[in-house]
Design a protein around this ligand. Structure first.
Ligand SMILES: *[C@@H]1O[C@H](CO)[C@@H](O)[C@H](O)[C@H]1NC(C)=O
Ligand SMILES: *[C@@H]1O[C@H](CO)[C@@H](O)[C@H](O)[C@H]1NC(C)=O
Ligand SMILES: *[C@@H]1O[C@H](CO)[C@@H](O)[C@H](O)[C@H]1NC(C)=O
Ligand SMILES: *[C@@H]1O[C@H](CO)[C@@H](O)[C@H](O)[C@H]1NC(C)=O
Ligand SMILES: *[C@@H]1O[C@H](CO)[C@@H](O)[C@H](O)[C@H]1NC(C)=O
Ligand SMILES: *[C@@H]1O[C@H](CO)[C@@H](O)[C@H](O)[C@H]1NC(C)=O
Ligand SMILES: *[C@@H]1O[C@H](CO)[C@@H](O)[C@H](O)[C@H]1NC(C)=O
Length: 535
């Protein structure tokens, strides 16, 4: 560097430092605008200079980092009108890009999702918000809801909506100008919350990105208990151990992996796999750890059947072949997941002693009655969101190997919404709602398939998008769609070695827009997205 440049460098550094000091002063002096005084209380506004230690955690997600950009952390209590108990944070970067982002929760978790505030919001320059939904709990624990309908309403929709209204005012007051666009990023419960905003509060967001949404809670929970009962308890003849699931997985690959033209351990479109577990039936004298008995075969046939129906009522979609390695640690353990049984105990029946083996159609009907327009976000009428003046957009993704919410829930919702909207509007669904499927990806992230593309939790979990651009990052794709009218036809997802970005890239693949799926061009490197197209 020449000596002539030094004074310039000093000037630049001094003005950066000066700007940081100005933001620090702004943050320390921050107070809530009077317009939201009845719905928000400021607990604290704390400035973190660039590189300061940020060490915050909740059941929703933790951050422990000394490499974040400078920001002001605003902590609020939100009065939803139902209760005054929601904890919400807004993180305001010095280097703001003018956008507002809200991120969603997981399971029944009551905890601000710090990890996504940092790694989906802050590092991308967005002013970002997350809420605990009105209670403190782990993602599996639903006991906070027992005999407390107002806590349920908060978690269902009021906490997010009221927080969004207040947070947008916080952004406007802090920067002296409002965010010019607002986005949602959420998976699972976060997906439900995103669809809830679309259905109930069309003015809240310009673009909503949802992954594998738990949007049909009443049916999802019934299905979850039902599929568990097909294999549990561990003493049942139909019980399938993790080791046996591995055997089944291998047989699924033997039968179906090559159907898509590439033998790579992934089913690009598992709907094309008509898996026959009977090929693994135990022969006389065969060691039972290497084959399936009749009860196990029956259970697998039911799990992979078209859908779960009872009393002539459609309940939920099926599990897909290909996801076996995660089934034993997901829904198909020795007992149902607590999250699923707590739903009936604490949100439907008010009976902590409910015995899940007695789940029956009357209880499912009761759940349906109670949760329609409460926790369930299944109203296919999204006309207000997608038409003028809001012109909102939705990007939806789901992993074909989802072990917690049947991927068919996403397809079912998409078809219900499409049917209603086509019957009632002139707008082409493709102009406002696009669904993408991820082969081999488990619930929201992880699995054997490419699973890093900017979805909620992925960056925080060590699988960031390969490049910070609209081709690799679903949130940037949404921003381009909303702001430039460039709608995505596919994304490129990345599979890192051992699902760990620092271990290097294993492969990239396109995620295709439903109903298309990935096709191999027949000659290119199968680890390279460029060797595939969507058809
Ligand atoms: C982070 O915070 C936790 C809980 O307050 C504390 O136990 C831990 O020592 C902190 N870590 C660092 C590196 O400061
Ligand atoms: C809401 O709760 C906060 C903190 O607990 C309290 O300071 C505030 O006065 C309450 N607001 C209302 C409207 O009750
Ligand atoms: C459960 O309890 C709540 C609050 O006490 C009540 O509103 C609701 O009707 C009860 N549900 C049933 C199924 O009894
Ligand atoms: C069956 O196979 C398992 C696993 O390979 C082995 O541990 C077990 O000893 C075998 N049982 C018999 C009866 O051979
Ligand atoms: C269904 O389950 C509920 C709740 O456990 C129980 O009260 C009811 O008696 C059951 N109904 C039938 C028909 O078994
Ligand atoms: C559902 O079907 C079962 C089996 O056919 C029957 O016993 C039960 O009464 C039905 N339940 C309701 C609520 O219709
Ligand atoms: C990811 O890989 C790096 C380097 O190979 C290693 O240090 C780190 O512990 C790994 N992280 C996880 C979560 O396994």
């Amino acid at each position: 560097m020449t000596l002539k440049l030094l004074p310039l460098l000093w000037l630049a550094l001094a003005s950066l430092a000066g700007r940081a000091l100005a933001w620090q002063a702004e943050c320390s002096a921050f107070s809530l605008p009077s317009s939201v005084a009845s719905s928000g209380t400021l607990l604290a506004a704390t400035y973190y200079p660039a590189g300061a230690l940020v060490n915050v955690s909740s059941s929703g997600g933790a951050v422990l980092s000394s490499s974040l950009p400078a920001f002001c952390r605003v902590q609020l209590v939100i009065n939803t009108g139902s209760r005054n108990l929601t904890s919400t944070e807004v993180w305001l970067p010095d280097a703001w890009d003018g956008r507002f982002l809200a991120v969603g929760n997981g399971g029944w978790s009551g905890g601000v999702v710090y990890s996504d505030l940092a790694y989906s919001g802050l590092i991308n320059g967005h002013a970002s918000m997350s809420t605990d939904g009105g209670h403190t709990s782990s993602s599996l624990d639903g006991t906070w809801a027992l005999n407390d309908p107002s806590a349920i309403i908060d978690y269902a929709y009021l906490s997010v909506h009221t927080s969004v209204v207040v947070a947008k005012q916080v952004v406007g007051a802090y920067y002296g100008q409002e965010a010019f666009k607002s986005y949602w990023l959420g998976c699972s419960t976060g997906g439900r919350q995103g669809l809830m905003s679309v259905q109930r509060y069309p003015e809240d967001f310009d673009g909503v990105v949802v992954g594998s949404p738990a949007n049909w809670i009443s049916h999802l929970q019934a299905w979850s208990v039902h599929v568990n009962l097909l294999v549990s308890p561990q003493t049942s003849p139909s019980w399938i151990s993790a080791a046996t699931w591995e055997l089944v997985h291998q047989e699924v690959l033997n039968q179906c992996d090559g159907l898509d033209g590439v033998v790579d351990g992934l089913l690009n479109d598992p709907r094309k796999c008509f898996f026959r577990p009977e090929t693994l039936a135990c022969r006389p004298g065969q060691n039972s750890s290497t084959c399936l008995n009749a009860a196990q075969i029956g259970a697998i046939q039911k799990l992979y059947a078209d859908y779960y129906e009872t009393n002539q009522t459609y309940i939920f979609g099926r599990l897909e072949p290909g996801g076996e390695l995660a089934y034993a640690t997901g829904l198909l353990g020795p007992t149902p997941v607590e999250l699923n049984t707590d739903y009936f105990k604490d949100m439907v029946l008010n009976d902590s002693n409910w015995d899940y083996t007695t789940l029956n159609y009357t209880t499912i009907q009761l759940a349906d009655e109670i949760d329609t327009y409460r926790l369930d976000a299944v109203n296919p009428d999204i006309r207000d969101f997608v038409s003028s003046p809001w012109n909102g957009k939705v990007i939806h993704y789901v992993g074909w190997a989802d072990q917690l919410i049947s991927p068919h829930n996403s397809l079912y919702w998409y078809e219900q919404m499409t049917t209603f909207m086509n019957l009632n509007t002139d707008i082409d669904v493709d102009d406002y709602y696009r669904l993408f499927t991820a082969p081999g990806m488990t619930h929201c992230a992880g699995g054997d398939g490419p699973n890093g593309f900017g979805g909620e939790g992925q960056s925080a979990g060590g699988q960031p998008p390969l490049q910070p651009d609209a081709q690799h990052d679903v949130l940037r794709a949404m921003i381009e769609w909303v702001e430039d009218g460039q709608a995505p036809d596919f994304f490129i997802a990345t599979k890192y070695v051992n699902n760990n970005a620092s271990a290097g890239v294993q492969m990239t693949r396109p995620l295709c827009k439903f109903p298309t799926s990935i096709v191999y061009n027949g000659y290119g490197d199968t680890n390279n997205a460029g060797s595939f197209y969507c058809a």
